[in-house]
Design a protein around this ligand. Structure first.
Ligand SMILES: [Cu+2]
Length: 462
C-alpha cells in the first residue's frame, strides 16, 4: 500500500457535494421499542427532487440507534409495513436462538402487516447492529439496517458518544437507487454489490463539530452489503478499545488506518488534538483514491487545553473473558466458487450440478462442495464443545465470515473476540469458540450477495 499521503483526494458524494447531517434517534430505556420497516424516500444530499426510494426502519436511513441495557431484557416490537416478508437479525448478540431473526430457521418470516416481538437479553455490552435477514441482497442494500448499542453498567467517561454507520450505495446520476442491478450475477460472483456513494449516518460527507481537548467515543459500524471499508483517520490521538463489540487492550491504529469488513465494528477513543478552527477528514480508500466520508471541524472554543491522557479500558464482557481449551473439535470449511475460482460443479438441493446449471439457479459459491443451506448441519454438538472451524479460502475473493449467536477468536493468537472475520483469498485460518448457545445457528459470508449465491451453512448446539 502506498503511503497515506499518496492518495488522490476525491469526494465521496461525487454526484452532489452538499452535506447534510441527519440526526439519529435515541431511545429512553425501559419501554418496549417500536421498530417498523417500510418503504419511502430519503434525501442523502442536495435537493428534495433527488430523494432516493429506500426501505427503512422508522422512516430513517439508517434506522434509529437503539440503546438497550446489558444483562436485562429489552422488548422490540417489529412491525412489517413492507409489501414483502422480512425479519430482524441482531448482529453479534449472543441471545436466545428464537430471537435470532433467521426466517425459515429460528422463526417464520414476518409477513406484510404482521408483527414479531423480539426479546433481547444481551450478556455482553458493546456496539452491534440490526438488519433484515430476508432477501438481504435487496432489503439490506435498500437500507434496512441500524445500530444497536448495549450499554455498559458503568460506561467510561467521555464527552460524547458518536456513531458512524457507514454504508455504500449504488445510485444513478439522479440519486436513484440502481434497482436493475439487484441480483446481478456478475456482482454475486465477484466482490458483491459495490456502490458509488458512501454515506455516514445516511448523509453524504457529514460535518461533526468538535472541540480541541474533547474526548469522543466513536462507534464505527460497516453496514454495507459488500464493501470492505479501508478507513483513514487524520487524528493522532486515537485508540481502538473494542472490536465487534468486545473490549480489547487499547491500541493505536497503525498510521490511522482501520479496516472494517461488512458487519464489523470498532470502538475508538479519540482525544481531539488539533487547533481551534482547523478540520480533519475521515477517508475511505478505494484503489488509489482517498474519499472523504466525514469531517471533524474544530470550533473556536477548546474543551480543555491539555488532552486527557488516561487511557480508557472498557469493562470486560463475559465473552472476552472466555478461556479456550487446547483441544478442539476440528471442522474443515473450504470456501470455493466465484469468478475465476475454478469451481466446476457442486451439490445444490441434494444434486450435483455443473457450474452452468448452478448459475442458472443463481448459485456460484459453495462450502465444502455444497451450495446454500444443506439439509444436515456443518456440525452438531453438545453444548460446551470447543470448536475450531478450519477455514480455507480456496477462491479468488476475500470473504467476511459471520457466525450467529457466538463470538470466536480468528487466528489462534489474536486474543480478539469477533463475530465477523475477513479471510483473504488463499488464507487458511481458524475460527475458535465454545459452542455454548443452544439452537440452530447460521455461518455465512457477510458479503450478502455471496451468502445469497451459496455461501451459507448452519450448525446445531444441543
Ligand atoms: Cu464472501
Amino acid at each position: 500500500m502506498p503511503d497515506r499521503r499518496d492518495f488522490l483526494k476525491a469526494s465521496a458524494a461525487g454526484l452532489l457535494g452538499a452535506s447534510m447531517l441527519r440526526p439519529i434517534m435515541g431511545q429512553a430505556s425501559g419501554a418496549p421499542f417500536k421498530l417498523a420497516a417500510s418503504e419511502g424516500e430519503v434525501v442523502f444530499g442536495g435537493e428534495q427532487e433527488n430523494a432516493t426510494r429506500v426501505m427503512y426502519y422508522n422512516q430513517s436511513v439508517p434506522g434509529p440507534v437503539i440503546r438497550i441495557p446489558q444483562g436485562r431484557e429489552s422488548i422490540i416490537q417489529f412491525h412489517n409495513s413492507l409489501d414483502e416478508p422480512s425479519s430482524v437479525h441482531w448482529h453479534g448478540l449472543r441471545i436466545d436462538n428464537a430471537m435470532d431473526g433467521v426466517p425459515g430457521m429460528t422463526q417464520s418470516p414476518v409477513m406484510p402487516g404482521e408483527q414479531f416481538e423480539y426479546r433481547l437479553r444481551p450478556p455482553d455490552a458493546g456496539t452491534y447492529w440490526y438488519h433484515t435477514h430476508m432477501r438481504s441482497w435487496a432489503q439490506l442494500a435498500l437500507g434496512l439496517a441500524g445500530v444497536l448499542i448495549v450499554e455498559e453498567d458503568n460506561p467510561p467517561q467521555v464527552d460524547r458518544d458518536l456513531v458512524f454507520a457507514i454504508d455504500d450505495w449504488r445510485l444513478d446520476r439522479k440519486m436513484q437507487f440502481d434497482t436493475n442491478s439487484l441480483g446481478s450475477m456478475h456482482d454475486w460472483s465477484h466482490g458483491g454489490r459495490l456502490g458509488n456513494y458512501i454515506t455516514v449516518n445516511g448523509a453524504a460527507e457529514p460535518v461533526f463539530e468538535v472541540a480541541r481537548g474533547e474526548r469522543i467515543r466513536l462507534r464505527l459500524v460497516n453496514i454495507a452489503n459488500a464493501r470492505v471499508m479501508h478507513m483513514l483517520f487524520n487524528e493522532p490521538a486515537i485508540s481502538v478499545v473494542a472490536i465487534d463489540g468486545q473490549p480489547v487492550e487499547p491500541f493505536a491504529p497503525e498510521s490511522g488506518r482501520i479496516r472494517l469488513a461488512p458487519g464489523q465494528r470498532a470502538d475508538l477513543i479519540i482525544d481531539m488534538s488539533a487547533d481551534p478552527g482547523s478540520r480533519s477528514a475521515i477517508e475511505v480508500v478505494i484503489g488509489e483514491y482517498a474519499y472523504e466520508i466525514a469531517t471533524f471541524v474544530y470550533g473556536q472554543q477548546a474543551k480543555r487545553e491539555q488532552l486527557l491522557e488516561t487511557p480508557i479500558r472498557l469493562p470486560d464482557n463475559p465473552v472476552n473473558q472466555t478461556v479456550l481449551p487446547s483441544e478442539f473439535r476440528h471442522v474443515p470449511l473450504r470456501m470455493e466458487g466465484g469468478a475465476m475460482g475454478g469451481m466446476r460443479s457442486a451439490t445444490f438441493e441434494g444434486r450435483e450440478m455443473d457450474i452452468r446449471e448452478l448459475v442458472r439457479n443463481g448459485k456460484v459459491w459453495a462450502f465444502n462442495g455444497i451450495v446454500g443451506m444443506p439439509q444436515e448441519p456443518l456440525f452438531r454438538v453438545e453444548r460446551g464443545t470447543a470448536i475450531s472451524i478450519d477455514v480455507h479460502n480456496d477462491n479468488g475473493w476475500p470473504h467476511a465470515m459471520h457466525i450467529h449467536g457466538h463470538h470466536f477468536i480468528h487466528d489462534r493468537n489474536s486474543g480478539m473476540w469477533r463475530d465477523t472475520a475477513l479471510f483473504q483469498r488463499g488464507e487458511r485460518g481458524s475460527m475458535r469458540f465454545i459452542a455454548d448457545n443452544p439452537g440452530k445457528w447460521l455461518i455465512h459470508c457477510h458479503m450478502v450477495e455471496h451468502m445469497a449465491g451459496g455461501m451459507v451453512t448452519w450448525f446445531e448446539v444441543s
